[in-house]
Every structure is written in structure tokens, then in C-alpha cells.
Design a protein around this ligand. Structure first.
Ligand code: FEO
Length: 456
């Protein structure tokens, strides 16, 4: 049976409690996931997205418990990766002539996946589809995270169907954010953002600004994975704005792999050194080959700086460090600093090679790294502590050094826009260095046009 989420909309998706790997083995999904599909029953009936292919017959059978598929007037495919379009062939066997609304790229992808000549109707940003009391408006969201992606907004019910955007791999029966564990949901929403959307952060920021500028009322954000944002739905939009803006916390993460514990001993000493130099910084340590790779990537995203260590093996680094570096390259982290370390027996190549890779991944190198011959002795451990302390000093949180009376950033409580005095608002004639308090009384939020009184 479906689950009604508003007067006209019913969730008809699939909750996949058992899913532990996604995109092959690229992404871990420790809390399962869901493939959300939505049925809108107005004067016209529209179905938004389907589910992954292994659940296609179940999907169609359960859809039939809700409605005779022949009554569906329109199918809307916001994004056509196989986890959302996989049940389309099974559905189209029942209703082969029903029009499929998607972007031009969406049509190309559906044709490429299923080699079928269905009744495609391609749409662009601003195109609308009246359903009766409500209307669907389409908003292209190219590369968030595929070229075909679009969002659909249902006026009247004020629901934004955002497909992968704002999603989480998070299985639940209750389906809405106000009914699940908030901390667990935050973890999964962050992990999802880092591992799926981070490479496209500049586009995320732009798209959010574009949508906010439309001034649409939003009562729910209904993604294609995980829970629906029903309670304070804009909280996830505000969070995305922060994550998309070269996000970092006051955290240093020490990552290492080890063969005979020497590089692990170095990691311990480096972490000690960091803490001795900067007791305020959060220090985390992970053995790369023993920790979920996507969780590590999420910790890297949260960090202002990382240290990555490997013993030298076969004139290089370990396979686990190599795999992590390849994923780091793809995720395009911004605004991060780094250095390398590792133990060795004869050639000692790993720290140099890791440093080179880190630079290729866009990290700013703090120094040339440190290496230790064979098993670290007391002097080597002291050197690692000193190395950690110097690293902590080099990446010390600049905010901590700001004078107490430095101009403070202010956040728009309506849309999440951050006014940064260091940047000002040059497009509206406000020079860099202008404190918030010195802004003209008629200055308004550049995104949602709210007055200064809405800032905190
Ligand atoms: Fe959830 Fe990009 O598919």
C-alpha cells in the first residue's frame, strides 16, 4: 500500500532495508535506502519517478493496489539513473502510450538504457503541466548529479520533488524527517552530500540561489531517496548552502595505513603533537584499510586539514591509500590543507608520492611530510610529535585568531544566505569590510529580499 503524504500525493516507492552497497561498491549504505516514487491524484494523474529494476514487478503490483495504471495521465522522470528508472520497462508494458516527461538529456538516457521508443515529452526550466487544482513546474538541475536531472514543483501542495538532491540513504517506515532520529538523519544527509554531490558544489549553490529567487512557498521537499523533509523543509536547503561553500569544521583528521604498526605509531605521535599545540581542534584518527571509505571521505569533508600516511610498499603506498586518493580526486574537495607521512625500510617513496597525489586532489600542502626509517624510536616519536604540533600551528583556525570585536557574519533566517563582512556585497555597492551593522537600512538579502531584521 502507498502512504499518503498530502491531500493529493501518495508515496508509492520501495523501502530497501537490506541495501548496504550502492553504485556497485562505491557507496556504503549502512542504514539501507529507499527509492521514492510519488503518485499525484488531481483531475489529471501523474506519477513521479519509479524504483530500481530488482523491485519492478513488486512496484507495479503495489501501484495497482492504489490505482489502475491506465488512469495515469503522465509519467514524470526527474532523473533516469537506473535506481529511479529501472521499473519503467515493466510499467510501460502496462501503459505503453503514456507520455513520459523528462529533460532532453533524460530522453537520451532512457533511450540509451532501455532502447524503447516511448512517448517522450521533453521539458525545460519554467515549463508547466497543469493537473487541475495543482500545476507541476519543471526546473532543470543539470549535473545535480547527472546531466538529465530536474526538479518538479507542485503548486497548490507546495511540494518540491528534488530527486537525488536533498536525499539520504536512510530506510524508514514513517517516511518524514520529524519521525526519525535527527542525528542519524543528519549523518546520512551529510554522507550523501559528500559522496554524491560534493563535486558539483558550485552548481548546487547556484541552483539553490536560483530556486530561492523564485520565492516559491515550500511545505515539503520530497527527494527520491530517504525521508521527506516535512518539518522545517528549508533546513536542508540551508544546510546544502553551507556544505556547498567550501565547508570545513575545526577538525584535523589523521589517516593512515600500516603493515607492522610503525606508520600507526607515527600517526599516534602526530595526533599527540596536534593536540599539544592546539587543544581546541578536534582530532580524529582512522586506519584507512579498516574503516568505511565513504565515512572517511565524509570526515575529510568536515576537516580543515588532513594527514595521510602509508608505509612504503613496492616503492609506493598501500592499495587502501591508493583507492582513497582516487576517490578524493573525484570528489573535488575544496579549501583543505594536507601533509603526508609514513615509515619505510629502504626506498621511502610513499610520503613523496602521497604528497604529489594530494596536490593533484586539490589539497594545499603544508610541508613535504615526514618519514621514519624502520620502527620509530623515542627520537623519531618526538620528531613526529613536533611535526604534528607544527602542522597544527600552520593550519590553526583563522577564526580563533580574529580579535573578539571583528565584524561578525550574519545569516538570513529565511533563506540561509550568509552576509560576510570580509566580502561585503559588491553587486549592491557594499564594499568588502563593511560590518553588518553599517549596512544601509534599506539593504535586503540578495537572495530572498528579506530586510536586515531577518538576519541573526
Ligand atoms: Fe538516485 Fe542518481 O540516482
Amino acid at each position: 500500500m502507498g502512504k499518503q503524504i498530502s491531500s493529493l500525493v501518495t508515496w508509492v516507492g520501495k523501502t530497501d532495508w537490506e541495501r548496504r552497497h550502492f553504485h556497485g561498491d562505491e557507496l556504503s549504505t549502512g542504514r539501507g535506502t529507499s527509492y521514492n516514487s510519488y503518485l499525484i491524484r488531481d483531475e489529471k494523474i501523474a506519477l513521479i519517478d519509479t524504483v530500481w529494476q530488482p523491485f519492478d514487478t513488486e512496484f507495479v503490483a503495489r501501484l495497482k493496489e492504489e490505482i489502475d495504471p491506465r488512469e495515469i495521465d503522465y509519467i514524470i522522470m526527474n532523473h533516469n539513473e537506473i535506481d529511479h528508472s529501472g521499473a519503467l520497462p515493466e510499467l510501460m508494458r502496462e501503459i505503453p502510450d503514456t507520455p513520459i516527461y523528462c529533460t532532453k538529456k533524460g530522453e537520451a538516457i532512457l533511450r540509451g538504457h532501455y532502447h524503447a521508443d516511448w512517448n517522450f515529452v521533453t521539458v525545460k526550466t519554467g515549463d508547466t503541466l497543469p493537473l487541475g487544482r495543482t500545476t507541476l513546474t519543471f526546473i532543470e538541475a543539470t549535473m545535480l548529479h547527472w546531466p538529465d536531472t530536474m526538479f518538479s514543483y507542485l503548486s497548490g501542495e507546495n511540494i518540491l520533488f528534488s530527486n537525488d538532491g536533498f536525499g539520504q540513504h536512510f530506510a524508514s517506515d514513517s517516511l518524514t524527517n520529524d519521525t526519525v532520529d535527527a542525528a542519524a538523519l543528519y549523518e546520512e544527509a551529510l554522507k550523501y552530500y559528500v559522496n554524491i554531490l560534493n563535486p558539483y558544489s558550485p552548481l548546487v549553490r547556484k541552483k539553490i540561489d536560483e530556486i530561492l529567487a523564485l520565492g516559491l512557498p515550500v511545505s515539503m521537499i520530497a527527494p527520491s531517496h530517504g525521508v521527506i523533509w516535512r518539518d522545517d523543509p528549508m533546513q536542508i536547503v540551508e544546510q546544502y548552502r553551507k556544505w556547498a561553500d567550501a565547508y570545513q569544521e575545526n577538525q584535523i583528521t589523521v589517516l593512515y595505513d600500516t603493515m607492522w604498526e610503525s606508520t600507526r605509531t607515527m600517526a599516534d605521535a602526530i595526533a599527540d603533537g596536534i593536540r599539544s599545540a592546539d587543544p581546541d581542534v578536534r582530532v580524529k584518527r582512522f586506519k584507512v584499510s579498516a574503516t568505511d571509505k565513504n565515512d572517511i571521505l565524509t570526515e575529510i569533508f568536515r576537516s580543515k586539514a588532513i594527514l595521510l600516511g602509508s608505509p612504503t610498499v613496492n616503492y609506493g603506498f598501500t592499495y587502501a591509500v591508493g583507492g582513497l586518493l582516487e576517490m578524493m580526486r573525484g570528489l573535488k574537495f575544496r579549501n583543505k590543507k594536507a601533509a603526508a607521512f609514513g615509515s619505510y625500510g629502504w626506498s621511502g617513496d610513499a610520503p613523496g608520492q602521497i604528497s604529489k597525489k594530494l596536490e593533484e586532489c586539490g589539497f594545499a600542502l603544508v610541508n613535504e611530510g615526514i618519514k621514519t626509517l624502520w620502527v620509530p624510536d623515542a627520537a623519531a616519536i618526538d620528531a613526529c610529535r613536533a611535526f604534528g604540533a607544527a602542522f597544527a600551528e600552520a593550519v590553526r583556525d583563522e577564526k580563533a585568531d580574529e580579535p573578539a570585536d571583528a565584524p561578525q557574519k550574519k545569516v538570513c533566517t529565511v533563506c540561509g544566505y550568509v552576509y560576510d563582512p570580509a566580502k561585503g556585497d559588491p553587486e549592491r555597492g557594499i564594499p568588502a569590510g563593511t560590518p553588518f551593522e553599517a549596512l544601509p537600512d534599506d539593504w535586503r538579502c540578495p537572495i530572498c529580499k528579506m530586510p536586515k531584521s531577518k538576519f541573526e
